[in-house]
Design a protein around this ligand. Structure first.
Ligand SMILES: Cc1ncc(COP(=O)(O)O)c(C=O)c1O
Length: 379
């Protein structure tokens, strides 16, 4: 049976991983600044993470949400503390798309409304509502097409205000990434996020902060929207939450009260997923990884800005992007094949860095040396 290739494949088979490094079957080491698409938050095979999941697997790996799972409460308590939102409610699921799907659905249940505001270059996932609010027609099947989504330009406060003036009472939710990931590392400005917060409050709509990629400490704050000093009504999370174990969730503000049936899941919040998510939060706290994301991210960004061939170096913490001019279009490929460094991309010409939050200065230096070498090779 042939496999469906989810993405274009790099002919590399990874057989071992540790911290910010992975190794292929020939023993070649690679520096991982991609984190399997922003997923590896605390580093590959962190010993505490491996131990906690292994211990849990030996006790009970799964039972459904029809019984008490105390690990879920433990996770909710810790998440409340680390995120600074102890009064929110936690619903656990399995992926980013599923988190957004549930966030949007809950917003509609809560308001009794149908319209959703989303933004140009957004990416929110591939399931029905999540893809309907994603600004990429190639991903939207005919059955996902709907008149209920209004796309506005990103960071355009006056377009947002006009939209609310005209149809504010029909808007169930505004969904926005604090820093657009797939769209190319575009930061939502603080005044823009503050305007979303104000307008959704005024019109009784729900502010959904998609934190699937930019959340979980990556930006140097737990949620990247925190940089703007706003509180969203729902935060969606996944990726870094389980460091590779599939776990997602939404944090729901206290004034939204879902009833039985509005949210449901078979696998969400299972014992193994909770053990993985708890291990991640424990390591984030013990190793001060959010502060490290700021420190190492600021250092990396400052050094990248000194390289004249790289354009528009941008981002926050360890969510960094820069554009490469046409003559360096093979830079990312060359970093992988010549320097053995994984990076991410965003079409047409952005390189994205989404490493583990435990990235050390010496790993950053290794990358900086390698990128200079590759840039000079083009000269
Ligand atoms: C901002 C954002 N939201 C949602 C998703 C979808 O997450 P998943 O692939 O886990 O469904 C992604 C994935 O890249 C994302 O970047």
């Amino acid at each position: 049976m042939n496999l469906f290739d989810v993405y274009p494949i790099n002919e590399i088979t990874i057989v071992k991983a540790k911290g910010s490094y992975v190794w292929d079957q020939d023993g070649q080491q690679y520096l991982d600044l991609y984190g399997g698409h922003a997923v590896i938050s605390i580093g590959h095979t962190h010993p505490h993470y491996v131990q906690r999941i292994t211990d849990q697997l030996g006790k009970v790996g799964f039972y459904s949400n029809s019984i008490r799972i105390p690990l879920q409460q433990e996770l909710a308590d810790k998440l409340g503390k680390v995120s600074g939102r102890p009064d929110y409610q936690l619903f656990l699921c399995n992926s980013g798309a599923e988190a957004n799907e549930n966030a949007l659905k809950l917003a509609s249940f809560h308001t009794g409304r149908k319209k959703i505001v989303a933004f140009r270059k957004s990416f929110h996932g591939r399931t029905s509502l999540a893809v309907a609010v994603t600004d990429n027609p190639a991903l939207v099947a005919p059955v996902n097409q709907t008149d209920n989504v209004i796309f506005l330009p990103f960071n355009d406060q006056s377009a947002l205000e006009t939209c609310f003036q005209q149809q504010g009472d029909e808007i169930a939710a505004v969904i926005v990434e604090g820093i657009q990931g797939v769209g190319g590392i575009n930061e939502a400005s603080a005044p823009f996020l503050q305007a979303i917060s104000k307008l959704t409050k005024k019109h009784g709509s729900v502010f959904i902060a998609d934190s699937v990629q930019c959340g979980y400490g990556r930006s140097g704050k737990f949620f990247s929207h925190d940089h703007a000093g706003v509180d969203a009504d729902i935060y969606s999370m996944a990726k870094g939450m389980g460091n590779g174990f599939p776990v997602g969730g939404i944090l729901i503000a206290p004034h939204i009260r879902p009833k039985h049936g509005m949210l449901g899941t078979t696998f969400g919040g299972n014992h193994l997923a909770c053990a993985a998510a708890l291990a991640v939060l424990e390591v984030i706290q013990q190793e001060n990884l959010i502060a490290n994301a700021t420190e190492t991210g600021n250092y990396l960004m400052a050094q990248l800005k000194k390289i004249p061939q790289l354009e528009q170096v941008r981002g926050k913490g360890l969510m960094i992007g820069f554009d490469v001019p046409e003559q360096l279009r093979d830079l990312r490929k060359n970093l992988l094949w010549n320097q053995h460094i994984f990076t991410g991309e965003a079409k047409p010409n952005t390189i994205r860095l989404l490493p583990s939050l435990a990235l050390r200065k010496k790993d950053a230096d290794e990358f900086l040396e390698a990128i200079e070498e590759e840039i000079h090779a083009f000269a």
